[in-house]
Design a protein around this ligand. Structure first.
Ligand SMILES: C[S@@+](CC[C@H](N)C(=O)[O-])C[C@H]1O[C@@H](n2cnc3c(N)ncnc32)[C@H](O)[C@@H]1O
Ligand SMILES: [Zn+2]
Length: 306
């Protein structure tokens, strides 16, 4: 084991890091169907590190090797035993039982923000001999900002840098603005968000079908490329099949052939595979779905129109 240099305290991360616990919490952080951490919801970033791992790395780099490990876990937000919980979940799953959200017995680690008492403890406990009063965490390649976000939550002076202008803006909005403006930022964010939405709806509403009721919120939209059938002029949505899931849900095209000027398809969602429409493209050739036409559209024609 490498000996610490004279005058340099050995740090916790050099002796111990609860990798299994941090690993499980990192996966929990990204559990589908649960709210992702705020930075992920503010803006996507492709290599953003889990917050829990970032916080653990910063903390364990500052604390001396003999720091209180229970307090470390508490500050990281691990307020139970995720390894034991994982075993319980696996056992229950084997018996066909879903334990759901409560399986861990505590909230996901990232959702815990260190409080004033935690930050005080850190100030006292970190490897004081080497640090002046203030510690500054510098992340020169900060990307989506997990490290500076957590450094700021730990109450440390924080500097983030990135050469990518998108990352730069994300860092401003995720780390700097909340630290500078506090809760005032929320009202402004909501105001700008509402205005953005108003303008977007104004420009985009025409491209989406109206919902049957005001409280209907669609899960998503499926887009298909379209070509005009060279024989009947109908608008043909192209898809090799109309399957939506493996259980039988799919799409039945409903051609609207009456108006010769505007022949198009609406669609219905059906629950049995036998009710799906036939695919409208196969090996490059198209197939016109209008029953009064139904002709094969040559691949060169499809490519030409594309
Ligand atoms: C893997 S990402 C960092 C991810 C980050 N730790 C997070 O959790 O989101 C690496 C970042 O380094 C930035 N980068 C690469 N070379 C750089 C340079 N010379 N100066 C500043 N930033 C750089 C990239 O733009 C990218 O955002
Ligand atoms: Zn046709």
């Amino acid at each position: 084991m490498e000996q610490p240099k004279p005058g340099r305290t050995r740090r916790l991360i050099e002796e111990w890091l609860p990798i299994a616990e941090i690993g499980i919490e990192s996966v929990r952080e990204r559990t589908p169907m649960t709210p992702f951490p705020a930075p992920n919801r503010l803006h996507v970033w492709w290599a953003r590190r889990p917050l829990v791992a970032s916080r653990a790395a910063i903390l364990a780099s500052l604390l001396p090797a003999d720091a209180d490990r229970a307090k470390f876990l508490h500050m990281v937000g691990i307020h139970g035993d995720p390894v034991a919980a994982k075993v319980r979940i696996a056992e229950a799953t084997r018996q066909g039982v879903r334990l759901g959200k409560v399986a861990y017995g505590y909230s996901r680690a990232f959702s815990y923000s260190p409080d004033a008492e935690d930050r005080n403890w850190l100030r006292k406990a970190r490897a004081v001999a080497e640090f002046e009063d203030e510690v500054t965490v510098l992340d020169p390649t900060a990307g989506g900002g997990s490290i500076p976000f957590e450094a700021a939550r730990l109450g440390l002076n924080t500097i983030a840098n990135d050469l990518n202008p998108v990352a730069w803006l994300i860092l401003k909005a995720t780390v700097e603005f909340p630290a500078k403006h506090g809760r005032k930022l929320l009202a402004r964010y909501e105001q700008l968000g509402a205005e953005f939405r108003r303008r977007a709806v104004e420009r985009l509403a025409a491209f989406y079908p109206p919902e049957p009721k005001p409280d209907c919120v669609p899960d998503g939209y499926l887009w298909a490329r379209t070509i005009s059938c060279p024989y009947c002029g109908g608008l043909v949505p192209l898809s090799p099949n109309w399957r939506l899931d493996s259980k039988g849900t799919g799409v039945r095209l409903v051609p609207q052939p009456e108006d010769p000027e505007r022949r198009y398809c609406t669609f219905e969602i059906v629950t049995k595979a036998k009710d799906h429409s036939a695919g409208t493209v196969k090996a490059g050739d198209g197939l016109c779905p209008f029953p009064d036409c139904g002709r094969v559209i040559d691949g060169d024609e499809v490519k030409g129109q594309s």
